[in-house]
Write a protein that binds this ligand. Structure first.
Ligand code: AVJ
Length: 318
């Protein structure tokens, strides 16, 4: 039996909240736009394209870890769980786990509603013995699962180093929050990007084809739709760099010229060279991720990495 649930946070309220959040960011002394707004329909597709780039090592390195250690990973996770896929996107990573982890229920959660609904609809046909649910939700401030999601044995799946978008304090809150949503038989399977030579990090976030630049710039078009703003994409430039002090790659959009940006109910003047911070992508070490898990109520069970230790897949238990 399969069933698809479309659970949304109240559309009007959510978009009001999103609008207030966006406007606060644009008005801030150091202006910012949350990276979750990178993922409109086109943004999700551009991110898929990034994952195919030679420079963007995280996706293929993580995939190599899963294919090399798949059996051991599945053994650690056990079968029959409710697999909760956080930031599911096209659901491809979870689908590759289905044959070995054999979840009884699959819950794909993603902020990009059409995208995740489409992906789950496709998947239902291929795996019709798994009870599937698509949940369209911005879970960055807390995950609210519908009643149809079983509470017993939840296996939270958070691959791709998405945790890296949170500042360390937010990441801790989020991991602690997940811990409260899983019983003693649950688990957490998470992918984190590791600190490495700066050149590799720089290339991964500024590829030669300019796909990452397009992905970053597209956030402005999404913002235009969300708050009725008039950003002109051609007036902004993609910037990214590794901030060693904060152990993170930052993405920014820099104004090419002085510009006044207007939106419903407000405006801001940006001088040439001024930038809007659009993403932090925090990098971890074995030590920093282990420490964070231990401090948020999780017990580290196992860490799998690639031979160069560029990426880590971590399994933790309550
Ligand atoms: C999806 C947040 C893991 O931080 O590497 C890719 C997003 N940004 N290229 C990352 C991203 C620029 C990605 N995460």
């Amino acid at each position: 039996m399969t069933e698809t649930t479309i659970a949304k946070t109240l559309p009007a309220a959510a978009s009001q909240e999103a609008q207030a959040e966006l406007i606060a960011g644009l008005r801030a002394p150091l202006p910012y736009i949350s990276p979750k707004f990178l993922y409109d329909s086109l943004g999700s597709k551009l991110f898929e394209a990034i994952c195919e780039l030679p420079e963007y090592y995280p996706t293929r390195t993580e995939a190599a870890i899963f294919s090399r250690h798949g059996e051991h990973i599945a053994e650690a996770c056990g079968t029959g769980a409710t697999l909760v896929d956080l930031g599911a996107g096209n659901c491809a990573k979870a689908a590759r786990l289905f044959p070995t982890v054999r979840p009884s229920q699959y819950v794909a959660v993603d902020i990009s509603s059409e995208f995740v609904q489409g992906a789950v609809a496709q998947l239902r046909h291929r795996f019709n013995d798994i009870d599937m649910h698509a949940v369209a939700q911005d879970f960055s401030a807390g995950l609210v699962l519908p009643d149809t999601v079983r509470a017993h044995r939840r296996l939270f799946f958070y691959p791709g180093s998405s945790l890296g978008n949170f500042r360390p304090d937010e990441a801790r809150d989020f991991l602690a929050h997940l811990r409260t949503q899983c019983d003693a038989h649950g688990g957490l399977l998470i992918g984190v990007d590791l600190i490495k030579e700066t050149a590799a990090l720089a290339d991964a976030y500024d590829d030669a084809l300019g796909v990452t630049a397009a992905f970053n710039l597209n956030i402005l078009r999404h913002v235009n739709r969300l708050i009725g703003a008039n950003f002109d994409v051609s007036g902004w430039r993609h910037r990214s760099f590794y901030n060693a002090g904060h152990q993170r790659v930052e993405m920014h959009l820099e104004a090419r010229e002085d510009v006044t940006v207007r939106w419903r109910g407000g405006m801001r003047y940006f001088v040439r060279g001024q930038s809007i911070h659009t993403e932090n992508s925090h990098k971890y070490t074995r030590g920093t991720i282990a420490d964070m898990l231990e401090r948020t109520g999780w017990r580290l069970d196992h860490v799998w990495t690639d031979p160069d230790e560029w990426f880590a897949v971590v399994y933790a238990r309550p």
